[in-house]
Design a protein around this ligand. Structure first.
Ligand code: ZN
Length: 298
């Protein structure tokens, strides 16, 4: 019971800090977070967040200029494409916000929007399998997309649920094997690669969503650190750039082994005893950790 109370207190403090740091309004009035930034989408990272909860009004999160607009109801002869009916707003701080899959005929004709102004209704147009709003934030100058939730944390999605780690696996070639508490291997010129299966829950929906942050420590030293705060454009695709020096940027296929399995770190098979710590956390700082021992014999 004491732990429970303490957890709620920590969570409340984090939300207050976040509310001070961020000022943008959430563009929907009813928050049902069904998909987060950086999830796998088959051949690319999900470059924004999805709000489910049925068809609802969308409001500009900040002032800006409308730089792109498409509504099939008004432009019936334009070729439809994946985003469906959509609007893109350029804001003063160098960011653009993109809204996809909007309802036919729901977009008012606008050139300038002010914070809180109605900009359309969420729908199911374009490449979409259910009524939702897809929201992308683009950092134009740095050729990146950023996690919209970093701009919009409020009490509306207070999240005190830590992510779950479902599995730690390893592979010497292409075969993934569940990792025992202690893994003993002979020394070699090659490395042993570790994989992690983790998922997060959000109080506003029943969906599994992606983990925000992954870290790996070996004998207490941080060797891998991936945070889905931004994805950077590289050769016409988006990549996640680790925050540990020397770890390479990864495109979707390098990061996700499959829908639920992430390729996280490769340990050189140099003789020694290693405590490998896997840490996952969500955007609100809820953390889950697990350890494995790796013995590399001479
Ligand atoms: Zn989406």
């Amino acid at each position: 019971m004491i732990i429970h109370k303490k957890h709620i207190l920590i969570c409340s403090v984090l939300i207050i800090i976040a509310a001070i740091l961020t000022a943008w309004r959430i563009p929907v009035s009813s928050v049902h977070l069904t998909s987060t930034f950086g999830e796998t989408r088959g051949d690319h990272f999900h470059n924004g967040i999805d709000f489910g909860g049925g068809s609802q009004s969308i409001y500009a999160p900040e002032d800006g200029e409308v730089i792109y607009y498409y509504d099939r109801a008004r432009h019936p002869f334009e070729l439809p494409f994946g985003y469906g009916n959509s609007i893109v707003i350029a804001h003063n701080n160098g960011y653009r916000s993109h809204y996809y899959h909007l309802k036919d005929g729901s977009l008012p004709i606008l050139t300038h929007v002010t914070n809180g102004e109605f900009i359309g209704t969420s729908g199911n147009s374009g490449h979409s399998s259910g009524t939702h709003l897809h929201l992308t934030f683009e950092d134009v100058q740095h050729k990146a997309v950023v996690n919209p939730l970093l701009f919009m944390m409020t009490n509306e999605y207070a999240d005190c649920i830590p992510p779950a780690i479902d599995g730690i696996l390893y592979a010497l070639d292409d075969t993934l094997i569940p990792m025992p508490e202690t893994l003993t291997l002979p020394a070699a010129d090659s490395s042993v690669r570790f994989y992690i299966q983790a998922r997060d829950k959000h109080p506003t929906s029943s969906y599994n969503i992606a983990v925000y942050k992954y870290k790996v420590e070996v004998n207490g030293e941080l060797v891998q650190h991936i945070t889905f705060d931004r994805l950077e454009q590289q050769n016409g695709d988006y990549a996640i750039v680790p925050k540990v020096h020397g770890q390479q940027a990864m495109r979707m296929h390098a990061f996700y082994y499959d829908n639920k399995t992430v390729s996280i770190y490769a340990l050189n098979r140099i003789p020694g005893n290693y405590t490998v710590t896997f840490i996952v956390s969500d955007l609100n700082g809820n953390i889950t950790t697990t350890h494995r021992t790796v013995i590399i014999q001479p």
